[in-house]
Write a protein that binds this ligand. Structure first.
Ligand code: IVH
Length: 687
């Protein structure tokens, strides 16, 4: 196995071959990271890899490879050509509150006392630079390079906000700090890049790295500098005081942000501030990958000193990475309320910042093409301040050849009409009407209002003629209006009107289902109908009353309440037209509940959790799955679609498959459709 084929080696290394492979992986990843930010390993994986390498080296000190990244600044990745005045050190990392406490205790032992105070500040996720000023005028800007020498990037200084060309005082000083793209700058940069037919940056750090190095770009991308230390000012200044002094010189520091550096007196306060900054992370206008804890007083710093790689008086409490690499499995196309057809990425689940991500935003079809995304690609997924993560770019060099092109919709995925491709964001040619057509087709379906003769052609006609904008409008259609439509004869018109009249008397559960409330299906709609009993009561439902419905948790109640609020005008229209006033189900359900409470007789399925599978035969042959579920509920049972430990009865028709096997394994009672029909004979639909 080559080193790059198993990039994640987080577990213990078992042999010297594993160790060598791990070192090779880390060196390659580190080189890619520091050259263009395109590391095949996420930050977490890299850290885990280096920790495994360190552990192996401790056990085998005589076998440490010269190229090992341990003990080296930037993993030994890059060399520049301008020597640094003082080495640019890195930071040691800790990964938990306990490790931080241990580290602080270690420093205390070394000093022989507790440090006089601490400073806690964000660990900015950008690139370290050194900026040299003579008599207050900027002379030279260098990258960190290997820590001993860096690359001259003075040409880029103009575009770096917060790094002034002239300081407020004519001092000789070397600033040290981080250059990054804020979230807004990153988005702007990618807008500019796309406008210039350049590939978008995968994430802010690689964007900042590329921008600092680039020389002859035909466009300008702004960056931001945050200073976190300086050489040449009063050596007795503590860290907090130094940051204040820098701000007074006109230099940007993290003090301008919500995660401002703060002096803490105790380790408990330090932990508290770390928690605060971590909590702020999602809202910060720039990326952080940790929180830095520093002994604040100059005397403590001097006494603790530094190792070859990192100071002993400071440490980084690392946070989980906010961007990850995962696989693009599929692209789904969703049609919004205005008819916009938006792509959405389906991802191999990946945990980003403690949240499992399976979907991410893709901007629009043109953007997918410009980014050159393909199905099966390894992609950077980025979770910035926003909640919905975004797919930024594919890792082109990780391709295997099995990637396939992303299919773009030929027709509107909701209503099947043409797609308007004149704008970057594609739209259904029907625009807002797409929603109306689709919801009417759905509402007229067999399991909802069951309006025979109202298929997609008729729905399109009705919407386009301006006769129907929502399902309530169906109930005010007149014979004259219908006859005015093309290919609508008298018989068809009368049949359609008759079917609509039948639908007016549909049980409330079916009308609720016809509304297409997100978060509800047929079963849930019936339960909601049974609970509220009338359209007016449903109209008045709020999160609390919805949460009382069996199977609706608080989260779902909130979603449904929001949907109902949006549908309020439609509910009013339906109420006015006396639609769904037949509350046969709820009355029965209420009666059943009351009867049960009285200890009286209820339907034969009381207390049963019933699942139906396979094709129904005999008296049940004509029933759709939804009608079967309605039957179960009329007989006081609870219908569900999957077999679990809670299932008490399975109705297994012909060609019953895995559900039957599972029910057998669980020892659940199984009935044929005929046996079941006998059991619920009193509740069968009248024919
Ligand atoms: S202090 C001698 N403070 O993190 C002091 N570094 O992983 C060394 N970084 O090389 C650095 N934010 O590029 C310090 N507030 C901060 C920082 C910070 C980001 C970077 C810096 C450093 C790297 C170590």
């Amino acid at each position: 196995m080559g080193p790059m084929t198993h990039p994640v080696v987080a577990a213990d290394l078992a042999s010297s071959a594993d160790y060598a492979a791990a070192v090779a992986s880390a060196v390659a990843a580190s080189a890619a990271y520091y050259t263009d930010g395109s590391s095949p390993l996420g930050d977490d994986e890299y850290d885990a890899l280096v920790r495994a390498i360190e552990a192996w080296e401790q056990a085998h000190p005589q076998d440490v490879l010269a190229e090992s990244p341990t003990g080296k600044v930037a993993g030994g990745a890059v060399q520049g050509d301008v020597p640094h005045s003082v080495p640019m050190l890195s930071l040691d990392n800790v990964f938990s509150a306990e490790e931080l406490a241990d580290w602080a205790a270690g420093l205390e032992r070394r000093l022989g006392r507790a440090p006089a105070g601490w400073c806690v500040e964000p660990k900015l996720d950008g690139l370290a630079v050194a900026a040299r000023y003579r008599a207050g005028v900027l002379q030279q800007v260098l990258t960190r390079g290997d820590g001993l020498a860096g690359e001259d990037i003075t040409h880029a200084a103009d575009a770096v906000l917060g790094l002034p060309g002239r300081l407020a005082e004519p001092v000789d000083v070397e600033l040290r700090g981080e250059v990054l793209l804020t979230t807004a700058q990153f988005e702007e940069a990618n807008r500019i890049r796309l406008a210039h037919d350049a590939a978008p940056f995968a994430h802010p750090r690689s964007g900042a790295a590329g921008t600092l190095r680039a020389k002859d770009r035909p466009y300008r991308i702004e960056l931001t500098f945050f200073a976190y230390s300086a050489i040449g000012l009063d050596p007795d200044l503590g860290h907090t005081a130094l940051l204040e002094r820098l701000a007074a010189l006109g230099v940007n520091t993290a003090a301008t942000t919500a995660a401002a550096p703060r002096r803490c007196e105790t380790v408990e306060q330090v932990q508290q501030r770390i928690a605060e900054i971590t909590g702020l992370r999602a809202e910060l206008p720039f990326g952080i990958d940790g929180v830095v804890v520093k002994a604040d007083d100059a005397a403590d710093q001097q006494q603790a000193g530094s190792g070859s790689r990192a100071p002993r008086w400071a440490v980084a409490r690392k946070l989980a990475a906010e961007h990850k690499v995962t696989r693009l499995l599929d692209v789904e196309w969703a049609v919004g309320r205005t008819g916009i057809i938006a792509p959405r990425a389906v991802l191999e689940p990946v945990v980003i910042d403690g949240v499992t991500v399976t979907y991410a935003t893709l901007h629009n079809p043109a953007d997918i093409e410009r980014r050159g995304l393909m199905l099966g690609d390894q992609v950077f997924v980025y979770r910035a301040g926003d909640v919905i993560p975004r797919v930024e770019a594919p890792l082109v060099d990780q391709r295997t050849g099995n990637e396939t092109p992303i299919a773009f919709p030929e027709v509107c995925p909701r209503c099947g009409d043409q797609v308007d491709r004149t704008e970057q964001r594609w739209r259904c040619a029907r625009g807002r009407n797409c929603q109306a057509v689709a919801s009417i087709i759905y509402a007229a379906g067999r399991d909802q209002l069951d309006i025979e003769g109202l298929g997609s052609t008729r729905a399109v006609q009705l919407v386009e003629a301006g006769l129907v904008a929502d399902i309530a409008d169906l109930f005010t259609l007149t014979r004259e209006q219908l006859l005015g439509l093309e290919r609508m004869g008298e018989t068809s018109a009368d049949n359609l009107l008759a079917a609509i009249e039948v639908a007016r008397g549909a049980a409330l559960g079916r009308v609720v289902c016809a509304l297409g409330v997100r978060g509800t299906g047929r079963t849930m709609s019936r339960r909601i109908a049974a609970h509220f009993g009338s359209m007016a009561a449903l109209r008045a439902a709020d999160t609390d009353t919805l949460a009382e419905v069996d199977g609706i948790g608080t989260e779902k109640a909130r979603l449904i309440a929001a949907e109902l609020a949006e549908l309020a005008p439609l509910l009013d229209k339906l109420t006015a037209q006396q639609v769904g006033v037949q509350v046969e189900e709820p009355q029965r359900a209420a009666a059943a509940t009351e009867a049960a409470a009285d200890g009286g007789a209820v339907g034969p399925l009381a207390g049963e959790a019933v699942v139906v599978t396979g094709s129904m035969t005999g008296q049940l042959a004509a029933l759709s799955r939804n009608e079967m579920n309605e039957l179960i509920e009329r007989a006081s049972g609870k219908a569900s679609s999957s077999v679990s430990k809670r299932t008490t009865l399975l109705v297994a028709g012909e060609k019953a498959g895995s559900k039957r096997t599972k029910a057998e394994e669980l020892g659940i009672r199984i009935l044929t459709p005929e046996e079941f029909a006998d059991l619920v004979a009193d509740h069968l639909p009248q024919t």
